[in-house]
Design a protein around this ligand. Structure first.
Ligand code: GDP
Ligand code: GDP
Length: 475
């Protein structure tokens, strides 16, 4: 059975917008069960590989009986009763309002798993509103923009984690489907069992007993970089566990794969599509797909055509990866066709790091997806980048480092005044994110922030890892 998710929150925070995004083009039906559920919309929704029943509580009818507050309370109660998990949505641009507080207090008492979500976070104006919500006592808020589709990967992760913490299997549906497929296959194969099939079955059984989450990995690059060739090589080498199927919310595609016992969900924008016999070249160029694959992935391989060199499109894709703060590695493909290997590598990396200084230190592998030579170095590099991306630095160590770093090279003054940074802590991993308090956060020069970032990366051994700094005002 799928789980049921309810979106709760006061009017105008974006519940319908989020509802529409998650339900997508699928039929949104109006739940017309008599009684309190009257004002509710329900639909079948998906987020990456999650499938669930969704309802929101938008659309209170004008002039219906009872005060607005009363009806909201009723609605929310009904929604809570009927759901396995809920999202409490608020508008981060407006900050936490008394009505949000009211909702939160109520949700804290109800014994339902809650994911707190800050909406309208596409603008910087939302920053303070995000921090305010820590005070609601519902845990760390997930920053989202329902309208722009940002933060969905974080929402996905939070939902999966919260469900699992509460003993609900987020993939129950997927497993049922898998089981159905397995049984069908068994029936089909009953008459002609071949060695390969035996293997396949065995593998399936093994996978079922493991509930390790797959590593979400995207292979991105411009058309003709060799993505399909690489994916074909990888999946044929080590076995495709399930065939290409719809993976992301709408139209990108993922495939389950396994590398030396590690389950991997590969997100690809061209290769699998080609396999699915969609040959429209234009479709393969879709920048949107690339962005979406990056957003849903934890780790990303930027695949470059070493023979052709770097083009504008490569830089655009690199920019997306950097902006999304994903664990990444760079892979130079078609190495078999490159003569001046040393020179080529240097040239490619120079161009990349000139545009994105953050990429200094990113792991680079080179191989031929065509022959497979060198491809075996890709996954170990990804694992390394992924581990660093999950790094956690204790508050004590961070503050020690902060004191030293501020002393070693003092902050330049702006308009005759010098900002002070007092203390801070790592507030997130994936990517490592640090919150620091300053009396004048707006007066910390960008160049100084870069200095701090470089020092942090060096002192804690995080080469090639995206780092996020957040400065918050405190006198
Ligand atoms: P509901 O009453 O909670 O269902 O809220 P709606 O979904 O109707 O959204 C209320 C308003 O907020 C609408 O004008 C939306 O376009 C807007 N909105 C929703 N999500 C976002 C967002 O992520 N960013 C911004 N800027 N506006 C949003
Ligand atoms: P995609 O558009 O990124 O999926 O790229 P393809 O996998 O379709 O590859 C584009 C072209 O590059 C094809 O003709 C491949 O045979 C070729 N190609 C891919 N990998 C290699 C490689 O490692 N060496 C060489 N020489 N050619 C490659």
């Amino acid at each position: 059975m799928n789980f049921t998710l309810a979106i709760l929150g006061r009017p105008n925070v974006g519940k319908s917008t989020l509802f529409n995004r998650l339900v997508g083009k699928r039929l949104a039906i109006v739940d017309d069960t008599p009684g309190v559920t009257r004002d509710r919309r329900a639909g079948e929704a998906s987020l990456s590989d999650l499938r669930f029943n969704l309802f929101d509580t938008a659309g209170l009818e004008e002039g219906a009986e009872g005060t607005l507050e009363d009806r909201m309370r009723q609605q929310t109660q009904a929604a809570l009763d009927d759901s396995d998990i809920c999202i409490m949505l608020y508008d981060a641009r407006q900050g936490v309002t008394p009505m949000d507080e009211h909702f939160a207090a109520w949700l804290r008492r109800a014994e339902k798993p809650v994911v707190l979500v800050a909406n309208k976070c596409e603008s910087h104006k939302a920053q303070d509103g995000i921090y305010e919500a820590y005070g609601l006592g519902l845990g760390e808020p997930i920053a989202l923009s329902a309208e722009h589709g940002q933060g969905l990967a974080e929402l996905y992760r939070a939902l999966v984690d919260t469900l699992q913490e509460n003993g609900i299997d987020p993939y129950a549906h997927e497993k049922e489907e898998e089981e159905k497929r397995r049984r069908n296959k068994e029936a089909e194969d009953a008459f002609e069992i071949e060695e390969g099939d035996m293997d396949y079955e065995f593998h399936d059984a093994e996978m079922d007993s493991e509930d390790e989450k797959p590593l979400r990995l995207a292979i991105v690059g411009r058309p003709n970089a060799g993505k399909s060739t690489l994916i074909n090589y990888l999946t044929q080498q080590d076995r495709l566990i399930t065939g290409p199927e719809a993976g992301l919310t709408r139209d990108s595609i993922s495939v389950e794969w396994e590398w030396e016992g590690l389950p991997v969900r590969l997100f690809d924008t061209a290769g699998l599509r080609k396999k699915a016999k969609i040959t429209d070249k234009l479709e393969r160029l879709s920048a949107n797909d690339t962005l979406r694959a990056i957003q849903f992935a934890e780790a990303v391989v930027l695949l470059l055509d070493a023979e052709r060199g770097i083009e504008k499109q490569d830089l655009k894709i690199a920019e997306h990866i950097v902006n999304e703060g994903r664990a990444m590695i760079i892979a130079l493909n078609k190495w078999d066709a490159v003569d001046d290997r040393l020179g080529t590598k240097k040239r490619l990396l120079d161009i990349l790091t000139r545009s994105f200084p953050q990429l200094k230190g990113v792991k680079v592998v080179q191989f031929s997806a065509l022959t497979g030579k060198g491809v075996q170095f890709m996954m170990p590099a990804i694992e390394e980048a992924y581990d660093l991306w999950n790094s956690r630095i204790s508050t004590a160590r961070f503050n020690e480092w902060l004191t030293d770093t501020l002393e070693k090279h003092s902050m330049p003054s702006v308009n005759g005044r010098r900002a002070k940074v007092r203390f801070g802590a790592q507030i997130k991993t994936r990517p490592p994110t640090f919150l620091m308090f300053s009396n004048r956060p707006d007066d910390i020069p960008e160049s100084y922030k870069r200095y701090m970032e470089n020092e942090l990366v060096r002192d804690f051994g995080l080469p090639g890892t995206p780092i996020r700094f957040v400065f918050k005002k405190k006198d």
